[in-house]
Design a protein around this ligand. Sequence first.
Ligand code: NAP
Length: 311
Amino acid sequence: MEGGEIKKYDVIIIGGGPAGLTAGLYTSRSRLNTLLIEIGLLGGQMTTTEVIENYPGFPQGITGDELSRLMEEQTKRFGLEVVSQEAVEVKTDRETKVVKTDDTIYHCKTLIICTGNEWQKLGVPGEKEFTGKGVSYCATCDAAFFQDCQIIVVGGGDSALTEALYLTKFAKEITIIHRRDALRGTKIYQERVFANPKIKLLWNSVVQEIKGDSVVQSVLVKNLKTGEMGELETEGVFLFVGLSPRTQFLKGLMKLDGAGYIITDENCETSVKGIFAAGDCRKKLLRQVATAVGDGATAAFAAEKFLEARK
Ligand code: NAP
């Protein structure tokens, strides 16, 4: 790493979703000099979630925007410093952890990685070309552009189901295309999807191509049971075929699993001493706001203990 001004902190947190904001709340309340680096919106994936129903304490649910705002307000009350930059490289130099962003080099004694996930691409012809021209990965961001339209949603997990349900407020009709004959998503979302007259399901099918001129006009679909091909007219294609961790910039530094998730011990410590990981980027069973918050608290507490042991 070359050039740039070097700034020093006790703790650096990379990523400002629920895991990062919770870690920042804990380290700031422990009076550790902490910097949180986030290139997007504070709240992360929560900011594009319409309603969060399974985070305790909000019996009627809470919008993702509002929960993000409340978490940000709480962390800032205890003095967490936040910069809007992208961490592009992490290195260790003896006991110092070195984080490089686009224009700054930071040194810290301990690091907490909370970079979350990003949407997986379907990888079919037309997907890249029509992104922003009918292809979307976020219903809460783009649904209003599809008033009274015919929409296709691809995927059978919680994202596909919750986003399809949200789209029913705007679209005329939604077809969920799923590659199997059973959905993966939570039962309560399945019940709502099956009960919604605006949603149709196309089972055992995959999108092979997204077609159009300047905007999306149709998709080519293959039935995996019969091999039959069909073309469905549509004005929008929302893709929710899973997530992959934002950990590419950590390759070679710490142990990752085959899918790129960070392997930690039960205290959220990675294979590198003094570097912790929390939230969706960590290898674990359940990825929810509730588990991200738990990870963030654990990682922050473990980081504090690590610093105490170094004194
Ligand atoms: P997911 O659970 O991994 O589901 C991805 C879906 O896409 C699966 O149904 C999968 O089919 C399908 N798929 C994957 N690759 C495909 C391909 N190449 N072509 C066609 N279909 C493909 O991902 P997710 O729905 O984004 O959820 C990710 C995590 O976030 C989960 O832990 C979920 O519980 C959580 N989440 C929670 C909420 C909530 O609680 N409100 C909301 C959103 C997300 P198969 O089923 O056949 O594998």
